[in-house]
Design a protein around this ligand. Sequence first.
Ligand code: PRP
Length: 183
Amino acid sequence: MPDAFAEDIEEVLVPAARIRDRLDELARQIEEDYADVDDLLIVGVLKGAYVLMSDLARRLRMPTSVDFMAVSSYGAATTSSGVVRILKDLDTEIEGRHLLIVEDIIDSGLTLDYLLGNLRSRGPASIEVMTLLTKPSRRRVDIPVRYVGFEVPDVFVVGYGLDYDEHYRNLDFIGTLRPEVYS
Ligand code: PRP
């Protein structure tokens, strides 16, 4: 880890090697589950999912297409509504397609709850969810998540796509920040 990063990190929660091994397992599982699907559409939710999308897509030995969505994160005042704004929609129609939504983390579940409702209304053949991280203790709505990398405790995590103030997304591990970095 570069020194500039190392001094900001308090603890490494998921080392890079564990992420790689888990992605290998999940990719094999996805290949099995979608063995009969001609063209799986993998949808990354920006920005956090961009690292996972790249690493996952290159592990899948099957026909896939890739697309992205960008959504606004709701402010504190609107967390109870769970309404998110779509900043970038899919480029393609998804009626009759098989979708795998890829997230870096599921926290309250509100973002995905909204997204899944929105996407289901477009008539896809199927929708499943993959997330690298989940914080079950924070969940406010039940989300059907088929592929989970790791459960993490309710602590602020960065790395592997996850940011603090847009930094640390490029770390290849998941870690926590020293409190003095964000206080
Ligand atoms: C994160 C994450 C999910 C969402 C999860 O995105 O990528 O989309 O929050 O939270 P929830 O389960 O409580 O809805 P964020 O808003 O941080 O945007 P980013 O991916 O661009 O960093």
